[in-house]
Every structure is written in structure tokens, then in C-alpha cells.
Ligand binder design. Sequence first.
Ligand code: SF4
Length: 421
Amino acid sequence: MSVALKRTFQNELTLNEVVTQYPDIPRLVIIKTDVQRRGIHYTERALSVVDPEIHLVNDPAISELFGSRDGVEKPLPASLLLRDGTSILVSSTPLEENPYLVDLVDGRLALVDNGEFIEHVEFWRKPRFYDLKTSSGVPMRQIFSARPQRLSIVQSSYCHFWTDHKGCRFCDINNNNKKRNEDAKARPRIKPQDISETIREALKEPGRFTGICLTGGSVLAGNGLFDKEVDLYIETLQAIGENFATKKFPSQLISSAFNEKQLKRLYDETGLMSYTSDLEVLNEDKFNWICPGKADNVGYQEWKQRLIRSVDIFGKGHVATGIVGGVELAKPYGFISEDEALRSTLDEAESLAENGVTTIFVVWSPRPGSDFHEQQNASLDYYVRLASGLHQLRVKYGLTVDFDDYRRCGNHPDSDLARLI
Ligand code: SF4
């Protein structure tokens, strides 16, 4: 059987059926979720209006952690924006997998499905600093990448868990890193001064950026586990902080699960405001199977405890864990039924929420460079129920998610709902 047949939509509710079934969830958020689930394909007509002078386009020189869904590096538009400001982070997907089309309708960009107009969309806009260089000659776009309202820096696009072949099975970070151009590999480590200068320039664009995100693969080097990773983040955060008059600035770190001493250093020595460490899947057995490196080095229960302890340092509403929604249904050891997967995931998310840790999810998109490349993500109905369930937990436990909402991040259907309350 060819890959072309791997996705079947039999027995799944359609987009319109799901929109009707969940009147409390905005249609645009459901559309975003389905587009992330199924992916997109740009028609030639749509690509004819891409202007690299105006739009953000993929560039191998820019550090990105993960590859595209079709495994091809092309200068395509970075992602899409809906008319309410909701982002759709999505990559080009093989046509055989039945993605949405991005096409021109009445001269405007639009999502189209089987000939039916769904919604108009826009391409993300390129920020001004992308055309500038630091005083040492480094293109600023190689230091920070931009989303509509967020700046991101990738500390390391290599994850040490893969060195022992124990990376997370849905993740393509190291294969993607290998594939990216020699130019990127040969690039020297980013210097603090280049970081500071880039932030200074980016902030000159009025009203554009609302937050800064730091992330990267896990770094196992150092005297203690993750010590080196912590040192690197502290250096970067201090360089960013030179541009702020206040001690703290809007920021999110997505990193390994650090111990209390490391977390305290991060909080005391930098302007970091929020901490996220991804459990990826909220079930110990599935975690042990899907994230063997995390399981071996830290363990599920200890990862959870580190998150809970970090609430004492960063405060309630400033700590999160990310999960890859749908990966808990991966074959052969995942949950068999979506109902069971949802129940278990939300129960576990509630045990974290009770302790001040909020859970956010990304829609799992099986990528060619990952172990799970031949698998299939969950139904749209499942993702909408997951988004709603995680949002309801935040409401119930009074947890905010400002550092990871539709403006700061834009990659989570559940935190898109935070703007409703
Ligand atoms: S920790 Fe897992 S998900 Fe994160 S970069 Fe490493 S392998 Fe990928």
C-alpha cells in the first residue's frame, strides 16, 4: 500500500460537522486545528503572490527545530494567519495525504478543501530586523526568528537524547538538523553581543513583538545533568535583558526538566518570566515508550515533580508542560480508543493543574524524519475535545497562559481559547 492511502477520513466527522457539534468553540480555532492536523499544499497561484521582501518565507539559514511534513526544504511561506489574528503554524504536506489547499479565491489567499472555500488567510509578515546584520556581521535573522508577535531563539538544534538513539519518537530534530545546509552547521555559536543587538533592533518595530521564546534540544553535558544547557540559557537571557529597564521581561523558556537549583539560578540571574518543560505525553507507560531519553535520564514522575516544584519559583500561571496531542494514540502501544486517551490525558493534566502547572498541546504532525513517520494523527473531534478540556482545566484552577497564548505563540488550539475569558 502506498503512503498515498495512509490517511482515511472514513468514520471521522467533517469540519462542518465538528463546527456544528461544538458551538462554544470558535469556528476559526476549529479550522486552524484541522489545517494543522491535515497540513497544507500551496498552489502555484498562491505562490505567485509570495513576496520575500514582505512575507516571512522559510530559509535554511534560519534555525528551526523541526522539518516540514513533506521533508522538503523550500522557500515557502513560513505559516498562515486567519482574519481574527489566529496563527496556523503548518508546513507543506504531500498532496497524497489530502491536505488543505492554499489558493487564490477572488484574488485573495484562501484555504480551499475539495473545491470548497473555507476561509481567507494571509501570509506572515517579515520583520524589519530580518534585513539587518549585527556589528560583527551576522545576519540578525540567523539569531532570532519571528512569528507574527513573537521572537524565538533556538539555543541548540541538536538533541543529545538522540545520541543514544533515545530521542522522542515523534521528533525529527536531529534528522532535520543533519539535512539543513552546511552553512548552518558551520555557523559559530551565537555570541551574547549579537543576541543583544538583534533584540535591540527587533524592539524598534512599533507594536510588533509581545514576547521572546528560548528553546532547543536537550543538552546532557555539564557537571550535573543539564548544567550546560542551563548555563547557555542564562547567558542568552542576560544578553536579551540588557535591552530592558525592568528586571523581568515577557519571556518563555521551553527546555529540559531542571532541578530546583538550576531553576532558581534561571529565575534569580535572568529576566525570565515563565518556564515550560514538555512531558510530551501524559501517561507514564506511553512516556517510557515514546520518550525513552527523558524516561532514562529523569523519569516521568520526577519530570512532573520538577514542574510542580518550579511553580514555587516562577509562580502559578507561569509554568507549563507541552504535549504532542494525538501521539498517545500512536501504534502499537498507544491508547486504542480516543475516548480512553482523552480521559486519561485530561485526568493527568488535572493532577498537574491542581499543583499550578498548566498543560498546552500541539497537534501532532507525523514528519518523515521521525520514528513515527508512517503514523496517523487523531480525529478533528478529538483535538477539539482536547483543546476544550485543557482550557476548562485552566478556568477551573484559575491558571493563566499569557506567555503561550495566540499572540505570544500561536501554536496551541487550547491556548487560543484563553482569549475568550
Ligand atoms: S527532548 Fe524529545 S522532543 Fe525535545 S528535541 Fe529532544 S528528542 Fe525532540
